[in-house]
Write a protein that binds this ligand. Structure first.
Ligand code: NAP
Length: 305
């Protein structure tokens, strides 16, 4: 089996992973959106990684989905709404037993990918690393963090897992990846939409703690009722800890809205509301928050799903 890492999407996280894997001599190939993006990249000739004051360059080969050659291992590094369509384009190239590592935040996109690629192994990731694009093909590694990877359908450690340690990518194989993703989703639902609606940094929510606490209580009840009781443990306390620890930060959703970028609402608050409806759990506060957020996005001309 080929040991090449194909990486779908050379945005912030895709470039960060690509550069670190390439730095330690792993075979990496970028899969870019279309011929125009490929020509842009080829004109630049390389990815640039900026870590504090240190800048390094990596001339990683790139192609589009239409290129030839089987794919055994694919890091899916698109936004949640682009993941399944992006993987669908690659179906003819996925080798039997192909493994897909899904970096998407939130929940729902993993199931969409599994549906379009039912024969591939889908490995879910939850990342607390932070990166952003300073320019096309240039990524800044802005926040050190950690990566948990796991496969809810198969606890076996993938053969390539040590590649991550070799590349200095902090990672652990997790047997409860869904719990981690749900916990992160719940924290996101309690904080990010309110920062958009109140137009504030995370710390600004200290002035709206009643609203935050009510959402935390609904989210904890939803987690307990949808089979994720561990993700509900001391959720309230953690929401407040995160608000305090990140008081000076603007949430990712706030930053997306400010930059007029599409948000991942469908896979965050939207997923929580859909799950509540499926399990018959009443979440009036979350539903009202969802409606307010949809209205706010629509008023700004941004997609609301
Ligand atoms: P991003 O910077 O917007 O990068 C996404 C990339 O996907 C873009 O380069 C885009 O191409 C590419 N893409 C989309 N559709 C494609 C297709 N069909 N074929 C090839 N490439 C395609 O996004 P990101 O910040 O890396 O986020 C990726 C995921 O990681 C999100 O779910 C996010 O929530 C999660 N995450 C991000 C961070 C972070 O710090 N950035 C941290 C934790 C989790 P173009 O360049 O052509 O638009």
């Amino acid at each position: 089996m080929s040991s090449t890492w194909h990486i779908l999407g050379a945005g912030s996280l895709g470039s960060l992973w690509a550069c670190r894997l390439a730095r330690t001599g792993k075979a990496v190939r970028l899969i870019l959106r279309d011929e125009r993006r490929l020509a842009d990249y080829q004109a630049a000739g390389r990815l640039t990684l900026v870590e504090q004051a240190h800048t390094s360059h990596f001339a990683i080969p790139a192609e589009t989905a239409g290129a030839a050659g089987p794919i055994h291992r694919l890091l899916v590094a698109c936004k949640a709404y682009d993941a399944a369509p992006g993987v669908a384009q690659l179906l003819p190239r996925l080798a039997p037993g192909a493994e897909l590592v899904l970096l998407q935040n939130g929940l729902g996109s993993q199931d969409e990918v599994a549906e379009v690629a039912p024969h591939a192994r889908c490995i879910f990731a939850s990342s607390t690393e932070g990166a952003f694009r300073e320019d096309d093909w240039q990524v800044r590694f802005a926040g050190h963090g950690f990566n948990w990877l796991g496969d809810p359908a198969n606890p076996a450690l993938p053969a390539w897992f040590d590649d991550l340690h070799d590349a200095g990518i902090p990672a652990q194989w997790s047997l409860d990846i869904l719990t981690r993703l749900w916990r992160k989703l719940a924290l996101n639902c309690a904080i990010n939409p309110l920062t958009v609606l109140h137009g504030c940094q995370n710390g600004g929510l200290l002035g709206h703690l009643g609203e935050v606490e009510a959402l935390g209580a609904e989210l904890a009840e939803l987690l307990r009722r949808c089979g994720q009781p561990e993700a509900a443990l001391e959720l309230d306390e953690e929401i407040q800890r995160v608000i305090l620890a990140t008081a000076a930060n603007y949430s990712s959703m706030y930053q997306d809205v400010r930059a007029s970028r599409r948000t991942e609402i469908h896979y965050l608050l939207g997923h929580a509301c859909r799950t509540a409806a499926r399990h018959g759990v009443a979440v009036p506060g979350l539903e009202q928050l969802h409606r307010r957020l949809v209205d706010s996005l629509t008023a700004r001309g941004l997609p609301s799903a």
